[in-house]
Design a protein around this ligand. Structure first.
Ligand SMILES: *Cc1c(COP(=O)(O)O)cnc(C)c1O
Length: 317
């Protein structure tokens, strides 16, 4: 793993690689007591020729910087972040699965690691990266059955829904557990103000397709601005679809032709059904869908099968 520390008044300057293992921390550190922490997630892919590449890692760096500003933390520069990811991946090269068999999931963390008893920013910060090989979670065949959550919201206006704060996830876990117990894959959250508009799933963004129009909720602070989301918006526009970032009312979701979720882990995954109260709506899935075409294009670029004309990939060896 890669590790780099700095004090509150400094900037990150130099980190180093070390063996994966436990880290020693004081019980009074900021992240444990007040949740001063962010995570990121990206993947390293093996191309058909065996070389390894990253996908738009600078966007993860920028998102970590935005989150750090919100949580009063210093953050690595984009260059430091990308260099650290490169070093961590190259040090774990043998764990990057063969082309087509999966990827190396890279997990950067930024946390208040200094002791702080009163509520406030910690005096010291740690940036850390670890990694794990993963299989192709969703191969484009699987699909999601989502339950629309009406009582609990993952984010509200002025909150931290727009940053990858560690505090955003365990609070909604209870609804995820309940939904899974009923046979659903995940939950879809609605906006906290009116409950009329769709926001996102617990860890991925959502898109709907109706005729030639693809819509996704606008990022206004309550939705995580996904790198996959941004990439799909661009790819879909380039393919000739009309792409709209807007408030998406529940009715539009229930009347859509196709629905899909996007995120680093799930890439582009079709939604087979959506359940709201006692109503269950089904959507088109399979090889003939726009969702399938977007999945194939994005994974093709990420794994080096389709020529990257947009400069999104970064070869690292
Ligand atoms: C990470 C995350 C996403 C997806 O972001 P990507 O950059 O595409 O991986 C979407 N929603 C939430 C809540 C997330 O934490």
């Amino acid at each position: 793993m890669y590790i780099m520390k700095c004090s509150m008044k400094e900037n990150f300057s130099r980190g180093h690689l070390t063996n994966y293992g436990n880290i020693e921390i004081s019980p009074s550190i900021g992240v444990l007591n007040y949740g001063q922490g962010l995570f990121e997630g990206l993947k390293a892919y093996r191309k058909p020729d065996g070389r390894i590449q990253l996908f738009r890692p600078e966007h993860n760096a920028l998102r970590m910087q935005a989150g750090a500003r919100r949580l009063r933390m210093p953050s690595p520069s984009v260059e430091q972040f990308v260099e650290a990811v490169k070093q961590a991946v190259l040090a774990n090269k043998r764990w990057v699965p063969p082309h087509g068999k999966g990827s190396l999931y890279v997990r950067p963390l930024l946390m208040g690691s200094g002791s702080v008893l009163g509520i406030g920013p910690a005096p010291e910060y740690t940036f850390l990266i670890f990694a794990s090989p993963i299989g192709n979670l969703y191969k484009g065949r699987e699909s999601l059955n989502l339950l629309i959550e009406r009582d609990l919201h993952r984010a509200g206006p002025g909150g931290t829904g727009g940053i990858k704060s560690i505090t955003n996830y365990s609070g909604v876990g209870i609804k995820l557990t309940e939904a899974k117990a009923k046979g659903f894959t995940d939950v879809l959250f609605l906006d906290a103000v009116s409950g009329k508009y769709i926001e996102e799933v617990s860890s991925c963004n959502i898109f709907i397709l109706k005729d030639n129009v693809i819509s996704t909720p606008a990022t206004n602070g309550t939705i995580l601005p996904g790198v996959t989301r941004k990439s799909i918006i661009k790819l879909a526009s380039d393919m000739g679809y009309q792409v709209e970032e807007r408030n998406v009312p529940l009715e539009d979701l229930l009347n859509a032709d196709e629905v899909f979720c996007t995120g680093t882990a799930m890439v582009v995954t079709p939604v087979a059904s959506m359940t709201y109260k006692d109503t269950r709506v089904e959507y088109k899935t399979g090889n003939e869908t726009v969702t399938h075409k977007l999945h194939a294009t994005l994974t093709g670029i990420q794994t080096g099968v389709i020529e990257d004309k947009l400069g999104w990939t970064l070869p690292i060896n």
